[in-house]
Design a protein around this ligand. Structure first.
Ligand SMILES: Cc1ncc(C[n+]2csc(CCOP(=O)(O)OP(=O)(O)O)c2C)c(N)n1
Ligand SMILES: [Mg+2]
Length: 335
């Protein structure tokens, strides 16, 4: 087993509640710190080459679900699911190099934001066209079935994606074929500037599950342990051969759509209400209440994450831009 696979297996193995909470806090804080650094510093310094879309306030969804995935599982993150990369063992420095268009990034400098994947750890690259990854997730699950692998595909998307045709085709195909797919929706109430009620007529994304004959659940998307438990139920269902499972994680986008969107169309008071439900603050409070960690340990963990990101930024900035002559490498088949 490779080192990356060993660490994925360790992440997915059952642990005590305190251990699990500490692991969750690490990945939640790492995603928050890396995205803050990208959005609030590197982007403003002109060091990030592409647009910036963050998952501030939504980190519990990618952390809680990816921690459930085993080494043979395949994950198809969307644009607010950065923690998927970290949980699968992609080094922080490589993610930062990716955003800065450097050779050290996962696309070796061919992209300047999150359109990246790493098949060596089962992470399929993000497709920019919304919901296009949903049929791909069904295909990945079908491929695993053909190969006799008892794996699950984790398919991530936003509320807006569920209004796209590809979403319906992919979910329907997976349901008919009883494929092992966990469909994970981050319902952050907006698709760019369009609020939920202007782009779908049902109250919940989960209401769409029964139309395809698959179970669906609504989860508190700002509670990482609730997401973890729901993802365990969903993955167990899929792994047992019972077909796909839809999880709707209710949350809120605590930023504009991207770093250049001030979100003037979002009523200000909503930010205040959801701030109180911040997944990091909630987990820290639970850890203190249950005696899983002291304030000193939490502070130390936060300082370690900051140091890790400081070091990763230095490494990424030292990584060169790609040579122009390498432009078509990895684009066309060479043999
Ligand atoms: C087919 C398609 N239409 C439009 C876009 C531009 N776009 C990128 S993200 C986004 C909003 C997506 O909303 P949602 O699915 O709710 O995800 P969120 O950004 O809220 O996480 C839009 C309109 C796109 N990438 N693909
Ligand atoms: Mg949305």
């Amino acid at each position: 087993m490779s080192t990356a696979h060993a660490s994925i297996a360790e992440n997915a193995a059952s642990s005590t509640e305190g251990d699990l909470a500490r692991k969750c806090l690490y990945y939640l804080s790492l995603m928050r710190e890396v995205e803050d650094r990208i959005e609030r510093k590197l982007y403003r310094q002109g060091k990030v080459l592409g647009g910036v879309y963050t998952g501030r306030g939504q980190e519990a969804i990618s952390v809680g679900s990816a921690l459930v995935a085993g080494p043979d599982d395949v994950l198809l993150p969307s644009h607010r699911d950065m923690a998927v990369f970290f949980v699968r063992g992609v080094p922080t420095r490589r993610v930062l190099a990716q955003y800065m268009g450097r050779v050290g990034g996962l696309t070796r400098g061919r992209d300047g934001n999150m359109h990246m994947g790493d098949m060596s750890v089962g992470v399929v690259s993000i497709i920019s066209a919304l919901a296009a990854t949903v049929p791909v997730a069904a295909g990945a699950a079908l491929a695993m079935r053909y190969k006799g692998i008892n794996g699950v595909a984790f398919s991530y998307f936003g509320d807006g994606s569920t209004s796209r045709g590809d979403w319906h085709e992919g979910v329907n195909f997976a349901a008919v074929q009883k494929l092992p797919v966990v469909f994970l929706c981050n319902n952050n109430q907006y698709a760019y500037s369009t609020p939920l009620e202007l782009q779908m007529a049902c109250a919940n994304v989960a209401d769409k599950g029964p139309a395809y004959g698959i179970p669906a659940e609504i989860v508190d998307g700002n509670d990482v342990l609730a997401v973890y438990e729901a993802a365990q139920r969903a993955a167990a269902h899929a792994r047992a051969g019972l077909g796909p499972y839809l999880l709707e994680c209710k949350t809120f986008r605590m930023t504009g759509h991207s770093a250049n969107d001030a979100a003037h169309y979002v009523p200000k008071e909503l930010f205040g209400e959801w701030e109180k439900l911040d997944p990091i603050v909630r987990l820290e409070k639970r850890m203190l209440d249950r005696g899983w960690a002291s304030q000193g340990e939490i502070d130390e963990a936060r300082a370690r994450v900051r140091q890790e990101v400081d070091d990763a930024v230095v490494w990424a900035e030292q990584s060169p831009y790609p040579e122009g002559s390498s432009l078509t490498e990895g684009v066309y088949e060479t043999e």
